[in-house]
Design a protein around this ligand. Structure first.
Ligand code: NAD
Length: 451
């Protein structure tokens, strides 16, 4: 069993089983058998079952959100958005089974058609920072394309995934089509990599584990999608609406206590407005509301664990702190939003993914230097550009090496647009119209008309 701790209080509130190798293999075997049935469910019927699953999630948004507040320390407003996101992703991909068409390609002597066939059992491995949405971004398109799914939630945050699997059954999904297997990454997650019945691993987590999963999957030429770490840049040019950019900057990095792969944790400010921008940023950071995450007014809750708090603190202790916000004292894994001045691109807090409420700031001279600094990282997941100059916005958007980018905004994830990273931030895309195809193989069939 694994004890689960409420991050806001530091107390154990429940425990869940931690599955072993044999139970994992048995569940994969059941999912493999269920695949033969699920892939043959008529498209309209599969779509209807996914719509019912979405409706079931919709009627349980508050329950799922409350679970996430307790298990993960997410603010209640974020947790409601996350549960709603699961419903929306399911609804979106419920439109897919009837639209998963192949092609008819002109050939001589017959006809040639292609089919998008499901892969088989898909293993989805989820991190602890966004347990609900990241699970759904994997299981919804995989199920819609006709695969069965085994899903391993993170050890620290399994509760909402377990509940989602129950809701799927209540909505009418047949047994073993969607199974949640709580347990260790090195046991359950690793078995998704080595068990040949799993035909694809859809992994979200750290770059280090992602690399080991990719090399493990190579053994069986198993498909992988990797959504990994990030160190995204928020580039503020002198001509930007500085008030708006400063007001928006805290949420872009401190949301979910900075435990967000898309966190804009590197702030690049054009040097001519550097001092002014920091003057605007300071009150916005100090007013960021860090409090009991169950309060509707909370903008940030605690970190996920004592270990994570110690890791985050290790980046701040020797750094040049510009200013910091507030956090509750006492029990729980609290850490205040903190702004650090980088003195070189070699500063550890500038280079590494902190995964906590820490923002590193550096000035730049001109557009060319902004692009060079933004790209001086092994990551490439997300980012933002603030400018009123349309040409500059387009030039910089094209030059920054990243999978998703926003101009004069920090939005990066919409369930109907593609999401994913370049460089060591990942491989493949989730969400949007194309993700579905990554859960299929194309089969080409030639039918002779000569006989
Ligand atoms: P992690 O890599 O430690 O764990 C992620 C998941 O992998 C967990 O479920 C874990 O149990 C499992 N796992 C661990 N070792 C494994 C192994 N050997 N084989 C198979 N599975 C294994 O990451 P974390 O600490 O849970 O999450 C934080 C990381 O996730 C950060 O780096 C963050 O940037 C990244 N992340 C990326 C995205 C994205 O979309 N790009 C989204 C969220 C989080």
């Amino acid at each position: 069993m694994t004890d689960l701790i409420n991050p806001a209080t530091g107390t154990v509130f429940t425990s869940v089983p931690s599955l072993g190798l044999e139970e994992t293999d048995a569940a994969i075997e059941r999912a493999h058998r269920a695949f033969g049935m699920w892939r043959r469910v008529a498209p309209g019927e599969r779509a209807e079952l996914l719509r019912r699953f979405a409706a079931m999630v919709d009627t349980h948004v508050d329950e799922l959100a409350d679970l996430e507040v307790r298990n993960s320390g997410h603010t209640i407003s974020n947790a409601r958005w996350e549960a709603g996101n699961v419903r929306n992703v399911l609804d979106y991909y419920a439109g897919a089974p009837e639209r998963l068409s192949g092609r008819q390609i002109p050939v001589g002597g017959g006809i040639d058609v292609t089919f998008h066939e499901p892969l088989g059992v898909v293993g989805v491995i989820v991190p602890w920072n966004f347990p609900m949405p990241i699970a759904a971004w994997g299981f919804a398109p995989a199920l819609a394309a006709g695969n069965t799914v085994v899903l391993k939630p993170a050890e620290l945050t399994p509760l909402t995934a377990i509940r989602l699997a129950e809701l799927a059954r209540e909505a009418g999904l047949p047994p073993d089509v969607f199974t949640v297997l709580p347990g260790k990454g090195s046991v359950v997650g690793q078995r998704f990599v080595t068990n040949p019945a799993v035909r694809k691993v859809c992994f979200t987590g750290s770059t280090a584990v992602g690399k080991s999963i990719m090399s493990g999957c190579a053994e069986q030429v198993k498909r992988v999608t990797l959504e990994l770490g990030g160190k995204s840049a928020n580039i503020v040019f002198a001509d930007a609406d500085l008030e708006r950019a400063a007001a928006a900057a805290p949420a872009s990095v401190f949301d979910n206590a900075g435990q967000d792969c898309c966190a804009r944790s590197r702030l690049l400010i054009q040097e001519s407005v550097y001092d002014r921008f920091l003057t605007l940023l300071q009150p916005a950071v100090q007013e960021f509301r860090v409090e009991d995450p169950s309060l509707p007014s909370a903008e940030m809750g605690p970190l996920i664990s004592a270990d994570q708090r110690a890791t985050v603190a290790s980046y701040v202790c020797d750094a040049d702190v510009a200013f910091a916000g507030h956090a509750p004292a006492g029990d729980g894994w609290w850490f205040p939003p903190t702004v650090l001045l980088a003195h070189s691109t070699e500063d550890r807090h500038w280079r590494e993914e902190v995964f906590g409420p820490v923002l590193s700031v550096l000035p730049f001279r001109d557009e060319a230097e902004a692009i060079r600094l933004a790209n001086d990282t092994e990551y490439g997941l997300s980012g933002s550009i603030w400018t009123r100059d349309l040409g500059q916005a387009l030039r910089v958007s094209q030059a920054v090496e990243t999978g998703t980018l926003s101009v004069n905004s920090h939005s990066s994830v919409r369930y109907w647009t593609p999401f994913g990273g370049v460089k060591q931030s990942g491989l493949g895309r989730e969400l949007g119209p194309d993700a579905l195809l990554s859960f299929t193989d194309v089969k080409n069939v030639f039918i002779s008309t000569d006989c």
